[in-house]
Write a protein that binds this ligand. Structure first.
Ligand code: WTA
Length: 648
């Protein structure tokens, strides 16, 4: 809450490269007075083949057209690799730690250049052309970074798919994106478990059948285990790629050419692919990551996000590499094979900036203070979180116990659609408030709207919107611009609607209150409750279902589903069967925590399910349901309560 006292910037050791409060204020003023000049200046953070002469053109009204740096020409892989070759070719660009392997793989900028070029040649050899889509479904191994940059080098649009998606989820996304080539792995290790990447991909391609646009599959062999390979379609990644030339002339792209698209859950229903373009995104990734995670010589940034999420794109790959830093990836789990595993790695690789999810912090907190105390952690100078709300007590634990009160904690708020940090503190230049995502970065104008869409001044609470475009803003939803306009620009006309609620306090700090739509956030993964209900609706033994998010001590939120079974069904629905149906359709990450098979659901007279009540009941409340007089059947509340209580 806002009454938690704030920690002044002076509480932390000030590195000469960190921004001062005065300089930050100058930037804010400049951005406000002359946004065009401000954003053209920020674009200088990256390398252009032809520099843009204009920053922004477009509008949030009508057909919503957004263009940044339109006459600029560039290649994103050049921004991330080639431009660093002279000054820091031998500096480590990427540390890739693999559980169970003795030494981490360390790729210098020169080595990364070589790998990316070989793959760019291989992709071209396989017929991949600029503008085509390439799907990447890989665990956290160096090939995932190489693959993204190689796509960028040839001008192909990458679509990174999460390894936790089901075959069906992957098939849908391959179909929607029209991917021509897939880069995947044989399998991945998650703790002691093996995740069968290739097998799932084979099933997905089988489902896609004749409609599939995929002509080639590159498979990184991650273990000795044999996987079936289809001759003429499947290629062993290294056998095939490593023989290509280590040089490839980058394809120069217009700033507005798409760089990648990324699927995310939204409201309502089906996941959608958000499209990001080259120039604006690259400048934005360099700017936002540079403002919060400034790279000093010797810094190692470990952002623990999977590359399949926007944090993986911007904070693992494009941001740190555009800024010439050292980025680290790992396929480890925070507390397996033993508690404190991630802290071992912080010490071992001398991580200076640790950027993770509140879920991971809560998991570390649950391991106990002794685990943290048994580690040195002295390399750390900055801590960060993103992706879900962090409460002030968890923030303070992270700050005190992991950061030893020495390291500022940057709670950053952003979205797949914003592509980079929107709200977040500039470390060393401003006070921190535990539990608040602080203030907008310079150049961003955030507003709070009330229920009628009226913009509120000063201290206020309501829906969080953004008043003006920013370079990294999503341009459209793949093949559905209409949905883009409706989802983001119709709620509060003329403003970008984030879908989140927020409160602004007396100092202008923002406190995110959570999603205002049907999206829930399980361990930092966005999940649409309508997606879950759609998956359940495919089982004809089920009359209706309602999925809700409830508070969870580690995951932040957990998914709970209520289903009504058909009385005349020949075989009965089971809770386990329902969990399997959801995980088979959407992926393991979406498996419900709890399932309740109930006789009916609470409804209003117009037939609408009252989710507010289901959330309360699923959270274990037995009373204080408020006014039930609008329900058609008030007794159902008690009945469902009993179901839930009996199971607990
Ligand atoms: C939530 C992740 C509170 C929010 C980068 C947003 C947060 C959604 C924060 C986007 C934060 C993200 N505090 N909530 N610091 N950061 N969120 O697209 O609801 O996976 O709309 O991007 O996560 O999730 P996405």
């Amino acid at each position: 809450m806002s009454h938690t006292s704030s920690i002044p910037a002076s509480a932390y050791h000030k590195h000469p490269l960190l921004m001062s409060a005065e300089r930050l204020q100058v930037m804010r003023d400049y951005a406000r007075q002359d946004p065009e000049a401000f954003w053209l200046e920020q674009a200088q953070r990256i390398h252009w083949h032809r520099k843009p002469t204009k920053a922004f053109r477009g509008s949030f009204d009508g057909d919503v057209s957004i263009k940044w740096y339109e006459d600029g020409l560039l290649n994103a892989s050049v921004c991330c690799i080639d431009r660093h070759l002279t000054a820091r070719g031998d500096q480590v660009a990427l540390i890739s730690h693999r559980e169970g392997r003795e030494n981490a793989e360390k790729l210098t900028y020169c080595m990364l250049h070589e790998r990316v070029c070989r793959l760019a040649n291989a992709l071209t050899d396989l017929g991949v052309e600029k503008g085509q889509r390439v799907a990447i479904c890989l665990p956290m191994i160096s090939e995932s970074v190489v693959a993204m940059l190689a796509c960028a080098r040839v001008g192909a649009i990458h679509v990174v798919l999460f390894g936790g998606f089901s075959a069906e989820g992957i098939a849908d996304r391959l179909h929607d994106s029209g991917a021509v080539l897939v880069i995947t792995a044989s399998e991945a290790k998650r703790g002691s478990k093996s995740v069968p990447f290739k097998q799932t991909m084979d099933e997905a391609l089988l489902k896609a059948g004749k409609d599939s646009t995929v002509h080639s599959v590159l498979v990184v062999r991650t273990s000795e285990a044999a996987v079936p390979m289809l001759p003429g379609r499947d290629y062993d990644f290294h056998d095939f790629v490593d023989s290509f030339e280590p040089d490839f002339i980058p394809v120069v792209m217009p700033a507005e050419a798409p760089l990648f698209m990324l699927y995310t859950s939204g409201s309502p229903g089906k996941p959608k692919a958000v499209v990001h373009t080259t120039g604006g995104y690259m400048a934005w990734a360099a700017y936002t990551m540079g403002m919060v995670y400034t790279q000093h010589p010797g810094d190692v940034l470990w952002c623990t996000a999977d590359v399949a999420w926007i944090t993986g794109h911007t904070s693992v790959v494009y941001g740190p590499l555009a800024n010439g830093g050292t980025t680290m990836i790992s396929d480890s789990l925070p507390n397996a094979p033993h508690p404190g595993r991630w802290l071992d790695l912080v010490d071992e690789y001398k991580v200076t900036m640790l950027f993770t999810s509140p879920t991971a912090v809560r998991a570390m907190m649950a391991d106990g203070d002794e685990v943290a105390a048994a580690h040195s952690l002295e390399s750390l100078r900055l801590l960060g979180v993103a992706g879900e709300p962090i409460s002030s007590d968890v923030w303070l634990w992270y700050h005190d116990t992991i950061g030893r009160k020495r390291c500022p904690v940057a709670d950053t708020w952003w979205q797949t659609e914003t592509a980079g940090i929107v709200l977040g503190p500039v470390p060393g230049a401003q006070a921190l408030k535990p539990g608040s995502a602080s203030t907008p970065l310079p150049g961003l104008e955030l507003v709070i709207a009330d229920q009628k869409g009226q913009i509120q001044q000063n201290m206020a609470e309501g829906s969080l919107c953004i008043a003006r475009s920013w370079p990294g803003q999503a341009r459209t939803i793949w093949r559905d611009h209409d949905r883009f306009c409706k989802t983001y620009f119709s709620m509060v006309p003329g403003f970008y609607f984030t879908g989140d609620g927020a409160r602004r306090d007396e100092d202008g700090y923002y406190w995110i209150t959570g999603r205002m739509d049907d999206v829930i956030n399980v361990a930092g993964h966005r999940l649409g409750t309508a997606e879950v209900e759609d998956a359940l609706a495919t089982d004809h033994r089920l009359v209706e279902s309602a999925a809700v998010g409830v508070p969870h001590p580690v995951k932040g939120q957990a998914l709970v589903v209520f289903v009504i079974s058909r009385k005349d069904a020949v075989t009965q629905l089971t809770e386990a069967g329902i969990k399997t149906l959801v995980s088979d359709t959407l992926g393991r990450y979406a498996t419900p925590e709890d399932v309740y098979i109930v006789p009916d659901l609470p409804r209003t007279r117009s037939g609408k399910i009252v989710r507010r009540l289901l959330r309360k009941i699923a959270s274990g409340e037995v009373d204080n349901f408020g006014d039930l007089s609008t329900l058609t059947d008030q007794d159902i509340v008690r009945t469902i309560c009993n179901f839930v209580q009996d199971k607990k």
